[in-house]
Design a protein around this ligand. Structure first.
Ligand code: C2E
Ligand code: CA
Ligand code: CA
Length: 479
């Protein structure tokens, strides 16, 4: 081969090597850029939902606040979105189920806002949303922001996941506040949305509300009460009352346990106030377990004195639908050596609309333990009579709001007698609660009501006092 030939080959090899190096360098750069991008994404986004994280949100919020200082017509809205009943999902299906619901909720929020808005996950089941420039006047901005909040809440309520055949929806409570000239403190804004969101929760959740100063007082009062309740658990401040139930001959047939809280400075706090609070702060399991324990202990004492009464315990919906509830009940019955038949669990019908499948499973398992199940507050306006067919129920409790209108309100009187008839047809016991007058009592018994409780017979009293009375009468009866 000639020299020229060798030169050409050498040049070709060199060119090849050069190209190869170039491709390698380009490839390496690309891979590096991808890695950097990924690292940045991880640094700026929430791992689970891939939404922008807290830092990104904070810097976006600062930016918008600065613009608002310079431009009076630049009005934005800040929203805090907290899923309702999220703990129920974790209770029922574990954290994997909770994660799925969060991912679905995040996708719903991201897909339904404008490009310039920012949604971020703050942690747990809490999201924040910044709606940039929602209006040129405060009124207009407020109504626009409210419209968006309501739309998102409807979309979230339609978003659901399936856990063992049961649907869980991403219904939320949303607190809102406006960002405009003169408002500078980002933390304060977030705090205000939080207060408004908590106000929505306190009203039962599933709504949207703007922050105002009244909300602040109300929420602070409630937060104080929550702390006080947490401290009260396990102290004599919380105690158990009991209200006896009688049959038409005036004989005791059982009693209902009712919890009491004696607050050190505020006096007696009604259970209608502190039970929902206990559900909010996750104390309700502890309290319900305590009441079941008291019921078992009392039932054993009664049994030893030859008194086969049933004791009724109010079961919070959150407990009934939690996965470890039935196990706890079984262990407690075993520990006390008490047959399940001696307990009645009262469950308000209000919850069944939402979690009917889980409720059905739990009820089936409880009734296999012998526990009797009662519908509390029956006739209070939420009933879907179809469920009576496929739930293992043995008792209907006529709501006291109906009983108390007998005989003055024709509707309540008719509904009460209809409930008694329904119970008879379905072979369920019917108990009337809140019986205050002889007229109410006579009317209900004339229709075939099986038992009654109410101020006419006895007010709720400390468990120990009632047990002492029963002990006295058992001894008397035995001579
Ligand atoms: P509830 O289960 O419907 O309880 C019956 C309520 O009627 C009790 O109110 C009782 O004191 C009251 N009551 C009984 N007889 C009469 C009467 O003749 N007239 C009037 N006006 N009221 C009467 P209380 O003790 O204030 O409890 C309110 C609610 O708080 C209960 O309604 C129940 O839903 C809840 N609650 C009470 N104790 C517990 C508990 O240990 N666990 C749970 N989860 N909830 C409880
Ligand atoms: Ca009850
Ligand atoms: Ca009731």
């Amino acid at each position: 081969m000639s020299f020229r030939h060798w030169l050409l080959v050498a040049l070709a090899v060199l060119a090849g090597l050069f190209l190869l190096t170039l491709v390698a360098v380009l490839f390496f750069r690309h891979a590096q850029r991808q890695l950097l991008k990924r690292a940045q994404h991880l640094e700026w986004h929430d791992n689970l939902t891939a939404l922008p994280n807290r830092q990104v949100f904070a810097s976006r919020l600062d930016q918008v606040l600065q613009i608002a200082q310079a431009e009076p017509q630049h009005i934005s809205a800040l929203l805090k979105i907290n899923l309702d009943g999220f703990k129920r999902v974790n209770d029922a299906g574990g954290h994997a189920a909770g994660d799925r619901l969060l991912i679905a909720a995040a996708a719903c929020l991201r897909e339904n806002i404008r490009e310039r808005d920012t949604v971020s996950r703050l942690g747990a089941d809490e999201f924040t949303l910044l709606l940039v420039q929602v209006g040129r006047s405060r009124d207009y901005a407020a109504s626009n922001a409210m419209r968006v909040a309501r739309k998102l809440n409807n979309l979230l309520a339609d978003t659901c996941i399936d856990v063992d055949g049961v649907s869980f929806h991403a219904r939320a409570s949303i607190g809102l506040t406006l960002l405009h000239q003169g408002v500078e403190d980002a933390d304060r804004l977030l705090y205000h949305t939080d207060l408004a969101m908590q106000q929505v929760k306190a009203n039962g959740g599933g709504g949207c509300e703007f922050y105002n100063a009244n909300i602040q007082n109300e929420v602070e009062r409630r937060m104080q009460l929550e702390q006080d309740l947490t401290r009260a658990v396990g102290t004599p401040q919380l105690w158990m009352a009991v209200q006896p139930q009688f049959d038409r001959d005036g004989a005791t047939v059982g009693a209902e346990l009712l919890m009491r809280w004696q607050h050190p400075t505020q006096g007696a706090v009604p259970p209608d106030v502190f039970i929902p609070l206990a559900e909010e702060v996750d104390l309700i399991h502890k309290l319900t377990y305590w009441s079941i324990d008291v019921a078992c202990e009392s039932a054993i004492a009664l049994q030893n004195w030859g008194l086969p009464y049933t004791l009724s315990v109010n079961i919070s919906p959150r407990c009934l639908t939690s996965s470890d509830f039935v196990g706890f009940v079984k262990d407690t019955l075993d520990r006390w050596g008490l047959p399940g038949q001696r307990l009645v669990f009262e469950i308000t019908e209000r919850i069944w609309i939402r979690d009917i499948e889980i409720v059905q499973q739990a009820m089936q398992a409880l009734s296999q333990l012998g526990i009797q199940l009662a519908v509390d507050d029956f006739g209070s306006g939420y009933a879907n009579l179809a469920y009576l067919k496929y739930l293992p129920l043995s008792e209907l409790k006529i709501d006291k709001s109906l009983v108390q209108e007998i005989p003055y309100d024709a509707h309540s009187t008719a509904i009460s007698s209809f409930i008694i008839m329904l119970g008879q047809q379905l072979q369920m016991r019917v108990i009337a609660e809140g019986v205050e007058t002889r007229t109410q009592s006579l009317y209900l018994y004339s229709k075939g009501c099986n038992a009654q409780q109410g101020f006419l017979y006895a007010r709720p009293m400390p468990v120990a006092d009632w047990l002492a009375l029963q002990y006295g009468s058992a001894r008397h009866a035995n001579g």
